[in-house]
Design a protein around this ligand. Sequence first.
Ligand code: MTE
Length: 337
Amino acid sequence: MIIKSFKPSDCRESEVTDESAYLSRRRLLGAAAAGGLAAAVPGWARAEDASRYDGVEQGQPPAWFSSKLPSTKWQAATVKGESITPWRDATHYNNFYEFGTDKGDPAQNAGALKTEPWSVVVDGEVGKPGKYALEDFIKPYQLQERIYRLRCVEAWSMVIPWLGFPLSDLLKQVEPTSKARYVRFETLLDPQQMPGQRSSFALIDWPYVEGLRLDEAMHPLAILAVGMYGRELPNQNGAPLRLIVPWKYGFKGVKSIVRISLVEKQPETTWQRIAPGEYGFFANVNPNVDHPRWSQARERRLPSSLFSPNVRQTLMFNGYADEVASLYSGMDLRVNY
Ligand code: MTE
């Protein structure tokens, strides 16, 4: 990763959607859905809280998203004792190298990415390969809210309420063959729309690729996200479809996915190819295994400033050890970083 020094001006708390505003929107959506007002809600809620979701022009949500939102299964509790990261930080402090290498570049440059129509190819070792329009791809699944920590390998973190569905639901549906051992994900390749793909910053061999072992991909915590904070995903966060694997470093969360392939061999992933000694295939959050150039023992939770750095201890598997540690029993996590 390209580590730049943090500017206190990167996140200004005065501009953010705070946690209580988000939770009140959530209550509104949940209550209206229960009361049968479902169809009318998205537009209404959008107008009601438009001023709080400042700084991201999203226009109208896609029809498939609006029709799914009312039946969303909202999560009962937030991450214990940890505040949800303000919307402004989550949408203006991004890594999406297709749109530039500065944290503010994706918010500035991704707005014009055309995410409708969008299609996703599912291929490789599956009984039911196909190319699906996104709305058909999403159709079978009920959206669920998942409030997860996001820990970047660069040692900053956030808490984000995602909307998505378990990756395992999709995998079961496409019927992996007995040869399928890994899942490979690919981001859109479109240099015309993605300035980073045509820039001289050529470290990355586009498209951005990530992968999971099949049992990791089947784990109930792994989701495909289509929204966050009760709205569709902003482009800079990986619209219209991205991967979220909360116990791994954020770079596993490949954005703007166009292809999902079931494969026999472990796929070579983007950061592994660039610097195999620094970024491994597993990339599990691990405070005991430092990056060769910095410690992973602690993290800066956004919003953070020079005077209020908001530093906390990093937790094993990003705090999800009870759920996922068994996936790695018997493995040396210093070797399999
Ligand atoms: N996906 C693509 N296609 N391109 C990227 O540059 N960056 C990764 C990941 N997914 C990246 C990507 C990294 S390094 C992180 S930390 C997360 O996205 C950041 O997600 P966020 O911007 O929504 O916080």
